[in-house]
Design a binder for this molecule. Sequence first.
Ligand SMILES: Nc1nc2c(ncn2[C@@H]2O[C@H](COP(=O)(O)OP(=O)(O)O)[C@@H](O)[C@H]2O)c(=O)[nH]1
Ligand SMILES: [Mg+2]
Length: 688
Amino acid sequence: MAVRVPANFRNICLVGNSGCGKTTLVERLLFATGVTQRMGSVEEGNTASDWSDDEKHHKHSLRPSTLFFEHEHHGVNLIDTPGLADFIGHAIACFPAVETVAVCIDAHRGIESTTRRLMSVSAERNLPRVIIVNKIDDANADCEGLVEQIREVFGSECLPINLPAGNGESVVDVFEHEHSEGGEPDFSSVEDAHQQIIEQAIEVDEELMAEYLEKGAAGLSPKQTMKAFRRALCESHLIPVCFVSARSGAGVAQLLHIFATLLPSPLDGNPRTFLKTVGEGDETEFHPGNEPDAPVLAHVFKIESDPFVGKIGVFRVHQGTLHTKSEVYIDDLKKSVRIGHLLKRRGKEQMEVHEIGPGDIGAVAKIDEIHFGATMHASSDESYKIKPLPLPRPMFGLSVELKNHKDEAKFAPAVHKLEAEDPCFKLERVAATKQTVLRGLGELHLRIVLERLKNNFGIEVETAPPKIAYKETIGGKAEGHHRHKKQSGGSGEFGEVYLRVEPLPTDHDDGFEFVNATVGGSIPKQFMPAIEKGIRQVLGEGAVAGYPMGGIKVEVYDGKYHAVDSKEIAFLKAGRRAFIEAIKKARPLLLEPHVMLEVTAPSQYMGDLTGDLSTKRARVQDTEMIGSDVCMIRATAPLGELQNYSNQLKSITGGSGAFTMDYDHDEQTPAHIQQEVIAAFEGHKDED
Ligand SMILES: Nc1nc2c(ncn2[C@@H]2O[C@H](COP(=O)(O)OP(=O)(O)O)[C@@H](O)[C@H]2O)c(=O)[nH]1
Ligand SMILES: [Mg+2]
């Protein structure tokens, strides 16, 4: 059994396009390390990672699974992630928990759209990367061509650390090649590949480089080259490429050896930045260090709801140790909670443990306060949260209505449970359109959410494309005035407000600014909050089209009050009316969300796809070939034009296209659409 110290841990996130064989590779690794006696298969629905009912049904990983195994006295926490574009957020959400991202590529299909995305997101997050080329047994695999393509697309720092031999029947090591067995590789020579990867690794160490130039490769000890290798990996100066077949097992021993001996441990991986939310200072970098007794700090990167155990929070310990009897503080909560059950997980299997030490990954059950992104820490005097890293924003929407109104009370709690498990899914109640909208990353994503609502909670809904969530703003400056005066029997209401409005810069944080610019007490200070409240009501309801407003600065510069009749309600009403008047004169504008759309499809459809996009007010940013016959189109387009895009893409490409979208910016709606929306709102008001 491995000694449980940080130096012996390897935390690895396995990512890659759906279908490249990650889940099968995990089966192979569990089998090779003796954890299982038989390999499961995705087709039969008996793998360790894809254990939930919907994963078995769809034959795809739909959420990450953490799997623990041991090899060469090291403990490996491997996270198998979904590769479907709609579920990519789940994979990215696991990045803060690991030292290394292993990007898997199908030897036959080559680089695919999510491969690129995951390579660049892990680089942005400063995570060392390893590329695993799987399916080298495939008769159509072109490993030599793929290495060239990888180096062209991801840089010359991508270098083979081993090579396929015997047409993918075995794998020859080229890094420590004196230890390697097996014949000649299918391409390149062991000597050339060895020299290339050694030279790339030692470039990060000037002294070692000098030694190498003087004595040659034979003059360097394996310890020296391994140290340089690990540093080059952490600095992204080297991205090793290795070859396996999850199906035949070729290259699996070599892969395990790389995991254990070459990948960074929590001690020598790149540190994580946390932000202080309570206490002195702002940003702190955490290395787990070697001190098991340091104050504990753990970050929850995944939430699951287990039918038997209840809510499970999967976390990574960044400092100290979590014990079953620990009292911890969650986020900024002042009351501590007691850790009851600590678990190590292997898919659905779980083992109870007494503690999870620095650098390790574990899970905790039955703590209500836990949520995605929560931190658990030792004291209420100091609190941190991990520096937030952008996840794809859920833009694809479906408006839903309950089929059975009896489900009303169940609906919100059920959706909240699903929201807690999925960082890229949310429920939106759009006041402007009176719609309940589920938002996710794509059609498949929401289809699976609806299946869960039905199967796990017994809730069925009717769906429709949502109405567009416009925003109101203004294009110019204007002034507004209102005098509110009401005399009814005894006391009256009096308040008079003069104000100006002007647009705020689009990058303004809150999208609203309220300034009291009155002089000489024309309106006593105590009425300002009432005026602001009146204005904020309009911000929520909209002034011209019934949509929420933003990007507006308001300056109240004059007014009048009455010693007896002035009261808050009078100023609230006056502020409201003056504001509406000013907005109507300040060139009101409707904004609509635009998204960045990324479409991949066989290149023969390129012309049809760009042609179709041009009818959707889209602007093509660039087009690119991925490999020899897949094209990628990036375009910005109004979200409202894409409500039915998954069906349209399916019919254009015969089901072979895929797309992702992410929020890009808000943009002014064309004048004729704006007029229609405003007219519809006016008409609606009359009906009311
Ligand atoms: N020929 C071949 N097929 C494989 C290999 N690994 C996985 N597959 C198949 O590829 C398909 C997708 O595998 P899966 O593990 O679900 O991929 P994932 O989506 O990346 O998790 C399945 O049909 C597997 O049987 C391999 O090494 N060689
Ligand atoms: Mg999978």
